[in-house]
Structures are given as C-alpha cells and as structure tokens.
Ligand binder design. Structure first.
Ligand code: CU
Length: 151
C-alpha cells in the first residue's frame, strides 16, 4: 500500500513538473541564422552590408532590432526601396519582424544589416564578428565569412 502511494506521488510530481518547462519553451523565440555572409569592401569604404536568412523556430514572434561589431561604428537593420525611380535604403522602423515559424531573407536589393563606419577593409576570405540583437531572443554572436559575391 505504501509503495503504490509513493509511486503515484512520484508520477504526479513528474506530471506537475512538465507543464512549466513546456510553457517556458513556448514563450521564448528561437532564431536560426543561415547562409550569413558579408560583402567584401575595399580600403576607404564607409559602409558594408551583411546578408542572411533568419528563421524563427519558436512559437512567439520576434524582431531583429539591431546589432554590433568591433569592425564598425554602428550596425543597423536596413531595407532597400524604390523612391521615384531611385533605389534608396533606410533603417527598418521598429526592427525587422520575424513571425513565429517564419523565415525572413536579408539579401542584396532587400533587407540587409548595414555596417556603418568601417574600421578597416572587409577582405574576401576574411571573417567578421557580428552580434545581432533580437527583441525577445536576445543577443546572438556570429562569425560571418567575407565574400565578393553571394554564395
Ligand atoms: Cu543600408
């Protein structure tokens, strides 16, 4: 009798422990970064751009709100758009939304990470350390290959 009760108590304890763990996982977005690269920039270039594919594998929407790099003064999330027949770029207002389960591509001619105030050239074959800041997922540290053209 004592044994059965103990076993039941252990089962109940195991069941009670499970839901909070699941709930915690569901409220945290998880961002997967793929195909990340930085476009090579020559000596004297003021700015550079980084591209990648971001997938939110979590159940909650998130936003890419900015970043940082030791190789640039400022890191911003930009978008390209046509303005009176002229291609312009500007910071994305309020950050780049990444819906739960969604994928957002940052690519030439569209969204990109702008590296402003380069502290040196971005040489093809080299690497760039970049931290991306997400509103909910927090900071993600990346090391991106520097390339002359898309993979
Ligand atoms: Cu830009």
């Amino acid at each position: 009798m004592f044994n059965i009760l103990t076993r039941r108590a252990l089962l109940i304890a195991a069941c009670l422990a499970a839901p909070p763990a699941l709930a915690h996982a569901a409220t945290r977005p998880a961002i997967k970064v793929e195909n990340a690269w930085v476009r090579a920039a020559p000596v004297g270039a003021a700015a550079g751009a980084a591209y990648m594919t971001l997938t939110n594998t979590g159940a909650v929407a998130d936003r890419l709100i900015g970043g940082a790099s030791t190789q640039a003064t400022r890191v911003e999330v930009h978008e390209m758009s046509m303005d009176g027949g002229v291609m312009r770029m500007r910071p994305v207002d309020g950050g780049l939304a990444i819906p739960a389960g969604g994928t957002v591509a940052l690519k030439p001619g569209g969204y990109h990470i702008m590296l402003i105030g380069l502290k040196g050239p971005l040489s093809a074959g080299g690497k760039l350390a970049l931290t991306l800041n997400f509103e909910k997922a927090g900071a993600t540290r990346l090391t991106l290959p520097i390339q002359a053209a898309p993979k």
